[in-house]
Design a protein around this ligand. Structure first.
Ligand code: SF4
Length: 254
């Protein structure tokens, strides 16, 4: 069996270089300093203000990432930074309902949706690593289908936004609104980190934001179909992710 490493996927390093090759780009030290400024300035700021700061500070070197479970963060940025890039990791193993949200966002919002695919199709991965890698080694599968594609997509940017929220799970309870991600060498922005599920529901109702139909069918959190099950009453919303394993995160946020 092939062992997956950054090197054999053609990635020399998953972190940004200490000094960027392009002099027009900000250095790691500059980005770290900007993140510290943003964190101090925006700790208790409304999501719109955080989003505005990120878009104006990083300009074309900024993108939004979305799992398309809902389109709240994509919508938020479409209001404050029309035309912003929205990166979606198209693993090839998403529910049709999720792809429908992706297509609705691309069609109806003023954003530029970029679907990023893994280097291998699911069939090629089955040939290389054996079928159903997700059931045997989900970390390896997530690396191939999510982590490496995100690293590749983020190479163009100095900063990215996510829809992480503190109330989603204990592992996300300390999510900051702005932080320097030392591993990636980029500034990570979480404009709705402080929002509760009620805040999300209010935003969706106010702006009529598209929501994945699977939420109405009992799913608390939505990822690839092989690794997502419905949640039961009282369960943590992310309890339905990788339920057969101790795994709680795909590796995108650790
Ligand atoms: Fe593979 Fe499951 Fe991770 Fe999707 S969530 S990349 S199917 S292990």
């Amino acid at each position: 069996m092939t062992v997956v490493t950054a090197a054999n996927l053609g990635l020399v390093s998953l972190g940004a270089p200490a000094t960027p090759a392009d002099p027009a780009r900000r250095s790691r030290a500059e980005l770290s300093s900007l993140a510290a400024e943003g964190a101090a300035l925006l700790a208790d700021a409304p999501a719109e203000e955080i989003a505005r700061w990120a878009a104006s500070t990083f300009g074309e070197r900024f993108c939004v990432t979305s799992s398309m479970a809902d389109a709240v963060v994509a919508h938020l940025f479409s209001r404050v930074a029309p035309g912003v890039d929205v990166v979606f990791l198209d693993t090839g193993l998403h529910f049709p309902e999720t792809l429908k949200i992706r297509d609705t966002v691309a069609r109806t919002m003023n954003v530029n949706v970029r679907s990023i695919r893994p280097r291998m199709t699911v069939g090629q991965q089955d040939g290389e690593f054996g079928p159903r890698l997700f059931a045997r080694n989900p970390d390896e599968c997530c690396f191939l289908r999510k982590v490496e594609p995100l690293e590749r997509a983020l190479a163009d940017y100095d900063s990215w936004a996510t829809g992480l929220r503190r109330d989603e799970s204990p592992t996300r309870a300390n999510t900051p609104v702005v932080a320097f991600d030392a591993k990636k060498g980029k500034v990570k922005v979480n404009p709705i980190a402080a929002w509760t599920q009620s805040d999300v529901d209010r935003y969706i109702a106010r702006w009529n934001v598209p929501v994945n139909e699977l939420f109405k069918k009992g799913y608390g959190s939505i990822g690839c179909w092989p690794c997502t099950r419905r949640t039961k009453a009282g369960e943590d919303p992310r309890a339905g992710r990788w339920a057969m394993f101790e795994k709680t995160e795909c590796g995108l946020h650790i």
